[in-house]
Design a protein around this ligand. Structure first.
Ligand code: SF4
Length: 111
């Protein structure tokens, strides 16, 4: 009986240790980094922190009402000044920014 209890204790302990290590690692995740316009990938994709600063000649399909906060790749709450963008590996982009990867968020489904 004692052997069985010891065995089960070891199984539970071995299952919990990796979970605790993972939890600790995620708690120490580095803070998000701001995407700079000078970043080579940002430059290649025409990223601007302010959508009205986009080069209209280079990006004729750009519209001033297109902003990061209205993009499907923007991962933040409404009203936040900036948020992570999945197109740039989670770096922070401004809510009023834009790049050529812009993809309009789908309209909410109406009941
Ligand atoms: S992919 Fe969307 S959220 Fe990301 S920088 Fe471009 S427009 Fe902004």
């Amino acid at each position: 009986m004692n052997t069985r209890r010891n065995f089960l204790t070891k199984i539970v302990a071995s299952a919990c240790i990796p979970a605790l290590a993972l939890q600790r690692a995620s708690a120490q995740a580095p803070p998000a980094v701001k995407l700079e316009e000078s970043d080579p990938i940002a430059t290649a994709l025409g990223y601007k922190e302010i959508t009205t600063k986009v080069d209209a000649a280079k990006y004729p399909l750009h519209k001033p009402e297109q902003v990061c906060s209205g993009c499907a790749l923007y991962q933040s709450k409404p009203g936040d000044a900036s948020g992570p963008c999945s197109a740039f590996g989670g770096k922070l982009v401004t809510a009023g920014g834009w790049c050529s990867v812009f993809a309009k968020k789908p309209d909410p489904v109406k009941p």
